[in-house]
Structure formats: C-alpha cells, structure tokens
Ligand binder design. Structure first.
Ligand SMILES: [Fe+2]
Length: 285
C-alpha cells in the first residue's frame, strides 16, 4: 500500500526547495552548525568526506541550493538531490534511492534545537549525507540499499536491513592509515557524538560483519554503545551484492543482540568500558 502524498507535495513527496524563502536566521543557523562541525571534524572525519565537503558548492555562509549541489553531484556519480518536507515513507524513500535521488529535508532547526533534534533536518541531510555521494563506491552502495529496501519491504525484513543503514550510513566508522575515522552522517552532523565516538572509552569499536550488524539493536535516543568499523566502502557495496533472502531466513532463527555486547567471533578494535550507558541506565532507574 502506498500512502498518499500530503497536500502541496508531488506524488513522490518532493517539493521545491524554495531557497529564497530561507531567512537570515536560517542561514545563520547553518553557518553556526557548519563552522562548528568543520572544525571538530578535522582529524576525525574520513578524508573522503572532508575532501568532498570542500569540493561541493556547500559553504559556511549560507544554506546550499540543492540545484547547485546536483549540478556537481550528477556529473560525478549520477545522483540528484531532491527536496522533501521531512521524513518520507519507507517505500518512497527506497524508490528515490534506487533511482539515485537523495531526499533532503528543506527545513533547518531553530537556534534552540542546535544540539538535539528528533527528526533529521536540512543540516543533517545535506552536510551529513551528501558529501559521500561524491564517492563512486559509496554512491553505488546507497542505490543498492534502495533496491534492497524495496525487496526487504516485500519480505517483511526491514528491521534487519534498517540496522545496516543505521550502523553504516548513519553511524559508521572507517579505519584509515591515520587512524579511526568517522563517515556516518549521524555522527558527522553531531557535535557531541563526533568527539565521543572516537575519544570516549565507553563505546565498542567492532569490525563490520553484515549478519552481526543486522542482528544488533541500536539506540535511537542516545550515543551508540557500539560502532561498527569498515576498512573500505567496497565492503558495504559487497554486503548487498548477494541474495539477502537466505541471510534474512538465517537471521530469523537467531536472537537479536543488545547494542553494547561483544560476541565470540567479533573483530574487536576496542572493547568499550560501557561506563557511559551504565550510568545512564542507573540514572533512569
Ligand atoms: Fe540521516
């Protein structure tokens, strides 16, 4: 069943960005967020992310125009940016990704929401997600994810596939010769987590494994207890090249793992102390 698009949107939920409607305050919010993250991410974000960020027509002084982003992105990897009013239904989202269109939310947070948002806004979607779409392998992976999403919807296995997106596209780390680096959009767009995930001793850093990731719960309301680490973006694309149906069938016979644990067979780059989340749980009791 395809949900009907809300009034004012096209059937695929896209709208015009209406760039001229952004206020000086909106641009100022972008400026603050951009400058802050640009500084924090030096030596922390993956070099591919930082290089693409510098190449794209995305500057600190004003909110980017999605048409200009597409002008650069499309010749590079065939991707376009489309404007949407906010979160879109899964089937619509997957359809866009499968056709190399990345949906970006048009609204930006208010100054009161600088450090915490319940839903992704323009800064998260643009600053966090668009740079790696310049990377050919990552760009192919996101399209493959869209196709896999369509299949997983039919198979009723979105929980498994959604964990892959969460632990890679949103919260992934990558090993680089210089050290552990961030590529996940949820981290690069967060002031707190971009430092915490690397420098706090609490979280685990565990080598990426498709089945392990697909059977691990995640936290939506706090920093992650475990970050999964890749060596190359090829690993992500390769994970989706196989027939996933037998993987889902296999996973249905296993239990879903808690986010903070370490399993036999894990490649453990860093065993976290777990101190942060233990304290949070105690405080909540
Ligand atoms: Fe995101």
């Amino acid at each position: 069943m395809v949900a009907e698009a809300p009034p004012g949107t096209r059937p695929d939920y896209t709208i015009d960005q209406n760039w001229d409607a952004y206020t000086a305050a909106d641009h100022a919010t972008w400026h603050t967020l951009f400058r802050r993250q640009e500084e924090i991410l030096k030596g922390r974000a993956a070099p591919e992310f930082l290089e693409a960020l510098a190449d794209l027509p995305m500057a600190a002084d004003r909110i980017p125009d999605f048409r200009r982003l597409t002008d650069m992105l499309h010749p590079a990897t065939g991707w376009s940016i489309v404007a949407v009013p906010g979160l879109v239904p899964g089937d619509i989202f997957f359809e866009h990704l499968a056709n190399r269109r990345f949906p970006v939310t048009v609204w930006i947070r208010t100054p009161e929401q600088m450090d915490y948002l319940e839903e992704p806004d323009l800064f998260h979607d643009t600053f966090g997600h668009v740079p790696l779409l310049m990377n050919p392998v990552f760009a192919d992976f996101i399209q493959a994810y869209g196709r896999a999403g369509q299949e997983a919807t039919r198979l009723g296995c979105l929980d498994y596939l959604g964990r892959l997106y969460w632990y890679t596209v949103e919260f992934g780390l990558i090993r680089r010769p210089e050290g552990m680096r961030i590529y996940g959009a949820g981290i690069v767009s967060s002031r707190g987590e971009s430092v915490w995930c690397l420098e706090d001793p609490s979280p685990n850093h565990i080598g990426f494994d498709l089945r392990r990731v697909m059977r691990t719960h995640y936290r939506i309301d706090d920093y992650q207890e475990t970050y999964f680490v890749i060596d190359e973006y090829d690993q992500l694309f390769a994970a989706l090249e196989r027939d996933l149906q037998p993987v889902y069938e296999e996973l249905k016979r296993t239990t879903v793992l808690e986010p903070g644990g370490v399993q036999p067979g894990d490649t453990v780059y860093r065993r976290g102390t777990g101190v942060y989340h233990r304290a949070r749980r105690r405080a909540a009791e």
